[in-house]
Design a protein around this ligand. Structure first.
Ligand code: SER
Length: 586
């Protein structure tokens, strides 16, 4: 069954059960500065999950275009995607567990014709916050799942919340047994050996998690479900990866035909990043150096680097774009409507990048050769720094290149040079990096780190409720929106400023680590906990002062920031204040 048929069958099924079909929201959230992209079907529906009336009624179904880029570095393996489609059905205070589970089971077994014995489910085991979900368990038994294929897990597996505050509740997840042998006698759906693949999640939102970690019952009980279309397509077609389905095959094959040097990982990366870039562009995204624009830039630049590896020219790539649009336009008519714009945005960005890239990669390869000839296993920091300064290679890209070549980088030497460079440019007039990533300059990076310091300082002075609601950085200033019910007093602002400047004076090191969302949470990192799939996130730590989930980049030491000064404090919207601040280089 093709993806589009699965989507249509899903929407038709829920329509036949009294749901209204609503359109997908854009991948760029319309009124939500707190997240970069739409990452789940429930996200645009939060106000309705909290009780507001939805114009289409209290039973809804849709497909939602989603972007999740925390795993961007994993794309190229056999399962990660930065763009995916989530099919969902919602009950806004209408039906609850038994009906939801009954419909899920019927859809899987009667509409998609999945043999019942291939399905296992998990339900919430209960803890001090909420009881064991016997209602869901009974509903599964009633639907036809035998007791031995019902598993019980705690919050890590069977609880869903978007962020660390908001509507939430126990969930029940459905798993498809691929038929692969069990990895051990304890193998079960929570194991990631590949035998069981999660196919659908039903969240029963009956609680609200307060900022202080306590739970209260919601007035309205909701159902929120999410079924990943690419994964379901792959399973129903018996394919090993989503790249082997019709969603990607034409793109993958065209790339193979054009490539002078084939590499399946690079073809997957190009296919994936092209699809997500096109979706972002369709919804109005443009490459830039901050937030959403930076992610689009990173996607296009990364795909371009892999095109280079495949030895496919940018001119030939236009064919790949056209073939991909032709292949997907029935599912996404907006691709056809935006064809010219998609070509233009991608090609402009590629031309900016390609020159830099070619020169930089040549430089890198020479360095690898030199190191290998000398019997060394490490690339000197001077080379890494030159790539950074002269060719505008973000450090993350050099790290990736090195990983591919199985060679290490001298990061501490790089850090030292980087710092010296910052000192020099503080003295000189030129503040921008030379090379391709010129606009991602040290000023905006410094403001980014200052934003983390400000966020933490606000929480110290005002309280933990003062969480980030928005952030915007230019080369002139930072702007930070945060939750706070009233005007921040002059004394409080002075205190915040003082705390930030104190951390700058302490010249704290800024370090970055990758970990799962759960680990980040456990270590007390601030940030948006968008989902719970054990995804890897980057956590930036500033000395002993702050820990925050963030994509970066950041300065290496706070001493590089200069003096921090708050210029303005004003209302942004109800319950949200806004601070504008500058860094003064002394
Ligand atoms: N919100 C849940 C998820 O993202 C179900 O839609 O999995």
């Amino acid at each position: 069954m093709k993806a589009i048929e699965i989507r249509n069958k899903f929407l038709d099924y829920f329509k036949s059960k009294g749901h209204s079909v609503i359109p997908s929201s854009p991948v760029i959230p319309e009124n939500d500065p707190s997240v970069l992209f739409t990452t789940a079907g429930m996200q645009p529906l939060v106000p309705y999950l909290l009780g507001e009336k939805h114009p289409a009624g209290n039973m809804l179904t849709d497909y939602q275009k989603c972007i999740r880029t925390v795993d961007i570095d994993e794309v190229g393996d056999n399962r990660h995607l930065t763009y995916f489609e989530m099919l969902g059905n919602w009950s806004l205070g209408a039906y609850f567990k038994e009906e939801a589970i009954g419909m899920s089971y019927e859809f899987l077994t009667k509409v998609l014709n999945i043999p019942a014995d291939k399905i296992s489910v998990t339900v919430f085991a209960g803890d001090e916050d909420a009881p064991r979900d016997t209602e869901a368990e009974d509903a599964w038994i009633k639907a036809g799942i035998p007791q031995e294929r019902i598993y019980h897990f705690g919050k890590d597996d069977n609880w869903w919340i978007a962020g660390d505050e908001g509507p939430c509740g126990p969930d029940t997840e459905m798993f498809y047994d691929t038929g692969k042998p069990a990895c051990s006698e304890h193998c079960n759906p929570s194991c990631d050996c590949g035998k069981y693949v999660e196919i659908w999640n039903n969240v029963f939102m009956e609680y609200y998690r307060e900022k202080d970690g306590t739970y209260r019952k919601l007035q309205q009980k909701n159902v929120d479900t999410g079924l990943g279309l690419e994964r379901m397509t792959m399973l129903l077609q018996g394919k090993e990866t989503p790249f082997d389905t019709e969603l990607f095959v034409p793109t993958m094959e065209k790339l193979k035909e054009l490539a002078k040097a084939d590499d399946i990982n690079s073809r997957r990366i190009v296919s994936d990043h092209l699809r997500s870039s096109m979706m972002i562009i369709c919804d109005g995204g443009m490459p830039s150096n901050t937030d959403r624009g930076y992610i689009l830039r990173r996607l296009i630049r990364r795909l371009t680097r892999h095109l280079n590896k495949l030895q496919i020219s940018i001119d030939n790539f236009t064919n790949v774009i056209d073939i991909t649009i032709d292949n997907l336009k029935e599912m996404y008519p907006e691709l056809e409507q935006n064809r010219t714009n998609i070509h233009k945005v991608i090609s402009d960005e590629q031309h900016k990048f390609i020159k830099t890239l070619e020169n930089g990669e040549r430089e890198f390869e020479k360095a690898v050769l030199r190191a290998k000839q000398a019997g060394e296993e490490i690339i000197p920091g001077t080379v890494v720094f030159k790539l950074y300064e002269t060719y505008g290679f973000p450090l993350e890209m050099t790290v990736e290149l090195a990983k591919e070549q199985g060679i290490k980088l001298d990061a501490s030497e790089f850090d030292k040079l980087f710092k010296e460079h910052q000192e020099k440019s503080k003295m000189g007039s030129e503040n921008k990096f030379k090379g391709g990533l010129a606009e991602q300059n040290e000023t905006t990076i410094a403001y980014h780190t200052a934003t983390h310091l400000l966020h933490k300082a606000l929480q110290i002075v005002l309280g933990e409720h003062a969480t980030q609601k928005g952030s915007n950085i230019t080369t002139e200033r930072l702007r930070f929106d945060f939750a706070h019910p009233q005007k921040v007093t002059k004394e409080e602002l002075d205190k915040v400023e003082e705390i930030v400047n104190e951390q700058i004076k302490r010249d704290l090191p800024v370090t970055c680590e990758e970990m799962t969302l759960e680990e980040a949470k456990a270590r007390g990192a601030m940030g948006l906990f968008e989902n719970k799939y054990g995804e890897k996130v980057k956590v930036y730590t500033i000395g002993d002062f702050s820990k925050e989930i963030c994509g970066g980049p950041h300065v290496k030491h706070t001493g590089e920031l200069g003096r921090f000064k708050i210029k303005k404090e004003e209302a942004s919207s109800a319950g949200v204040r806004r601070i504008k601040a500058v860094l003064i280089k002394e």
